[in-house]
Write a protein that binds this ligand. Structure first.
Ligand code: C5P
Length: 397
């Protein structure tokens, strides 16, 4: 379903002056065919009248009725939209508070949560709000706005709630894009590999797996059937993603090969070791006088192998580079025969290995596009949008 018709919106309203726009938002959502149940925070009632909300077709749910209501609403919702969302609401969601109907149902719901923040610009820019915003983005909470402009407090800057028409358009867009990969079988590799030397030691790298896991999650959000082949990481499998854990590059290749049939999309986000020790000692290696020489042999290049199949899935690789990012990444695209390469710098503070943020450059045969730094979860969603644009038509559902 690609429109708000028949969609069920729980509209949370918190106590900011922008709450006066809530009835107009309800009117627009209702006009587009959505059902709306409104939940007001205690202070919201100071800014918007229940009568104004019901007059335009919202069912207003009373906080007093609590009981099991939070669970019913959490299950009923196709989306929980909070507009306006105050700084206090962001903080409460960030810590997982459950002290009123609205925050409790946010904890209990599996539906997407979307916030339209509204606050004074200094509050929006405060480090505490910045941290809460980032944390919520990383948990997959969606944001519309805020806009920049004159504020009720007399200041000018970011913090104005987006206009109701813009919020309604965002939901329409969201529902229009959803499920674009339904029926597409995708395999994603993620994390490091571990190449054993002996029972106690081995060779690995600093990949956390966060980028690959975020891509797997974003593909699943679009309805793809995702198999995540993961090296050792401390991460949990994203919802709706089937995960197989592996240790070495050889094992990773075997699992990928076993899922070749029907594979429409392959994303190689794993930092696969290029070499492995030629022999793995059955016993722990003992110290000896002088130096120790270990012979390494080449590991299979999994993404290059996948790209050489006929027929082949749409194949995406990653390139983590310490220098000459674009040149090396483009060489990878050509040498490995990939459709798309996502390049990111190593060693830049706040981006790359182990970090929650990344700064990537997208490279295909025609162009190079550098994106601004953003949380890995956001970048993953954008990468998936770029994949959707390029996937051969017959691979769409
Ligand atoms: O050549 P390099 O390792 O820098 O290439 C990185 C890309 O190739 C990544 O997409 C990575 O997942 C993939 N790769 C692979 N198998 C290897 C080495 C890298 O699939 N043995």
């Amino acid at each position: 379903m690609a429109s708000p018709r028949g969609r069920r919106v729980v509209l949370g309203i918190t106590g900011g002056i922008a709450a006066y726009k809530a009835p107009e938002l309800v009117r627009q959502l209702r006009a587009a065919g959505a059902e709306v149940r409104a939940v007001l925070s205690q202070s919201a009632a100071r800014f918007v009248a229940v009568g104004a909300l019901t007059a335009v077709g919202a069912e207003v749910v009373d906080d007093e009725e609590m009981g099991m209501l939070h669970i019913d609403l959490a299950r009923w919702a196709d989306i929980v939209l909070i507009a306006p969302a105050t700084a206090h609401l962001l903080a409460r969601l960030a810590i997982g508070a459950a002290d009123d109907l609205l925050t409790t149902l946010c904890l209990a719901t599996e539906a997407p949560i979307c916030l339209a923040p509204a606050m004074n610009r200094v509050m929006w820019e405060h480090p505490a709000t910045r941290a809460n915003h980032t944390q919520l983005l990383e948990r997959g909470v969606l944001f519309v706005g805020p806009d920049e402009g004159p504020q009720a407090c007399g200041e000018n800057g970011p913090g104005r709630m987006s206009q109701p028409a813009e919020i309604a358009a965002f939901l329409e867009h969201l529902w229009g894009e959803e499920g674009r990969l339904r029926g597409v079988r995708a395999v994603v590799t993620a994390g490091p590999t571990y190449e054993a030397l002996d029972p106690a030691r081995g060779l690995t790298n600093r990949s956390s797996g966060k980028m690959g896991y975020a891509v797997a999650a974003a593909l699943a959000e679009q309805g793809a059937q995702v198999l995540l082949v993961s090296g050792p990481t401390g991460l949990t499998a994203p919802p709706g993603v089937r995960r197989v854990l592996v240790t070495s590059a050889i094992e990773m290749r075997e699992v990928v090969l076993a899922h070749r049939d029907g594979m429409r999309l392959f994303v190689g986000a794993a930092a696969v070791a290029d070499y492995r020790p030629e022999t793995v000692s059955a016993q722990k290696l003992k110290k000896q006088a002088g130096t120790l020489t270990i012979t390494f042999v080449r590991n299979p290049d999994i993404v290059a192998e996948v790209a050489s199949w006929t027929p082949r899935p749409f194949t995406v690789g990653f390139a983590a580079e310490t220098e000459e990012l674009e040149r090396h990444a483009r060489t990878k695209l050509e040498k490995k025969g990939l459709d798309l390469v996502i390049a990111n710098p190593i060693g830049e503070p706040g981006a790359g290995f182990g970090e929650d943020h990344n700064r990537v450059t997208l490279i295909d045969k025609d162009r190079t596009v550098a994106w601004t730094a953003a949380p890995k979860t956001e970048i993953a969603r954008q990468i998936v949008m770029e994949i959707i644009k390029r996937l051969p038509r017959d691979t769409h559902a």
